[in-house]
Design a protein around this ligand. Structure first.
Ligand code: ATP
Ligand code: AH0
Length: 405
């Protein structure tokens, strides 16, 4: 079956769109083989990123703006689906489903007490009704809230996709996605779903990107190849101080976002750096080392036998997401996991850039087949749940499936 996956992540750099062809029958989910027919990232039109960040910031988003952007992003996601199909030379009518993550504008996974009712919330926008209407294709979206309703963090969800795509009978693997936020999935050799450990490790490129925008007055949105950070020197005292952030020692299940590691946090870091007389180049290098340090700290703190496995090189460390292009960042990770050599997911045959969109294409299939795609031991939900909301397309048909437990 052919499915389109659509994703815009916490970097808010554009819409990742993929068309995958899944050869296996829908009942055969445990040995899924995904063939990527086409992948592209369609940048947001000018000014849209800023508008998304504005409505994501505390106190800044009016309900009108959110309501409008939900519909506008729905249009942009629909255009992305239509465009990727055209570029692949595939008729929309032959697409079985679209899985759309949408754009996270708020993620509040810590329960807030409302007179004894514990409320967790998360909001992804990019109206799926518009995607289904414009494409005629059954669209599955809004994957996170159901996991939250079952007591989970609603994130990270990709680990189930990582489990389907990367688990190995004899090799233990860690898949680390360095997007805006970084998240890892630990897959012990011969893993069963309940053995997967996964969580957000903290900042990915978010702080690096934020500082680059500031330094360049908005003309540069990331540190290309990590070249600027390579010119600076890490400030060991600031790095030590940053590593005292309570997120790192808090035990999984855990997930995070811009709320914790976004603009307000960067302002705080700036203040601290300023009072220590740290220049911009050194601050950029320090933030790059901080990102690497927090990722490797997570490996060593929360994953079993990590130190031994690094020593004996009996683990594959696979990286994906835009951060793999930042060579200074990847060198900083490499130095911290010696003697092991890190690799990209590309080395095991999966596109690093397309991976998150592929995962949401897979999730659409799981939902339409009536199968849960959350991992309760990862998100903390009370039980497995079928994720998402289904907007029927023109020739909607249920793929059958099992009832939820
Ligand atoms: N050539 C490059 N050099 C350095 N960094 C790069 C390069 N290309 C991309 N990046 C980084 O990767 C980021 C985008 O990564 P990605 O698309 O994986 O993030 P995302 O999917 O939006 O985030 P998340 O996974 O947190 O939802 C950019 O914002 C930038 O920081
Ligand atoms: C709330 C939200 O959108 N979280 C994203 C973000 O980007 C990376 C990390 O933080 C992860 O928790 C998640 O995305 C991936 C796709 C996930 O759910 O696994």
């Amino acid at each position: 079956m052919k499915i389109i996956g659509l994703m815009s992540g916490t970097s808010v750099d554009g819409i990742d769109a993929v068309i995958v062809d899944i050869q296996n029958g829908v009942e055969d989910h445990d040995a899924v083989r995904v063939n990527v027919l086409q992948f592209a990232t369609y940048p947001y039109p000018d000014g849209v990123r800023e508008r998304i960040l504005e409505i994501s910031a505390p106190g800044a988003g009016s309900v009108e703006k959110i309501c409008h952007l939900n519909a506008y992003l729905g249009e942009l996601f629909a255009q992305a689906a239509i465009r990727i199909a055209r570029e692949a030379g595939v008729e929309l009518a032959s697409i079985d489903a679209i899985g759309s993550h949408g754009q996270t504008i708020q993620h509040l996974p810590q329960p807030q007490d409302e007179s004894g009712i514990l409320v967790r919330s998360t909001l992804q926008i990019g109206e799926p009704s518009i995607i289904a209407e414009r494409t005629g294709v059954t669209t599955v979206a809004d994957f996170r809230p159901r996991d939250m309703a079952a007591g989970g963090q609603g994130a990270p969800l990709a680990p189930y996709g990582h489990y389907l795509l990367f688990r190995h009978p004899t090799r233990t693997r860690i898949v680390t996605n360095i997007g805006g936020i970084s998240n890892l999935t630990y897959l012990p050799a011969g893993a069963t779903p309940d053995q997967v450990i996964a969580f957000d490790t903290g900042p990915g490129n978010m702080l690096i990107d934020g500082l680059m925008r500031e330094i360049s007055g908005g003309t540069r949105v990331y540190d290309e190849n990590g070249d600027d950070a390579a010119q600076g020197t890490c400030d060991a005292d600031l790095l030590r101080s940053l590593m005292t952030h309570p997120y790192f020692t808090s035990k999984p299940p855990k997930s995070t976002g811009r709320e914790e590691f976004g603009a307000a946090y960067l302002r705080q870091i700036h203040k601290e750096a300023g009072s220590c007389g740290i220049n911009n180049a050194d601050l950029l290098r320090t933030l790059t080392e901080y990102t690497a340090e927090s990722i490797v700290y997570s490996f060593k703190t929360f994953l079993p036998n990590m130190r031994d496995m690094l020593e004996t090189q009996t683990i594959d460390l696979l990286f994906c997401g835009g951060g793999v292009r930042n060579q200074t960042l990847m060198r900083a990770v490499q130095q911290r996991v010696q003697p092991l050599s890190i690799a990209s997911v590309e080395q095991v045959g999966v596109s690093s850039d397309a991976l998150e969109a592929i995962v949401f294409a897979l999730f659409a299939r799981e939902t339409l087949a009536g199968r849960p795609a959350n991992l309760p031991n990862v998100t903390g939900s009370a039980h497995p749940v079928i994720l998402g909301k289904i907007i029927p397309g023109r020739s909607f048909r249920s793929l059958g499936g099992v009832s939820q437990t």
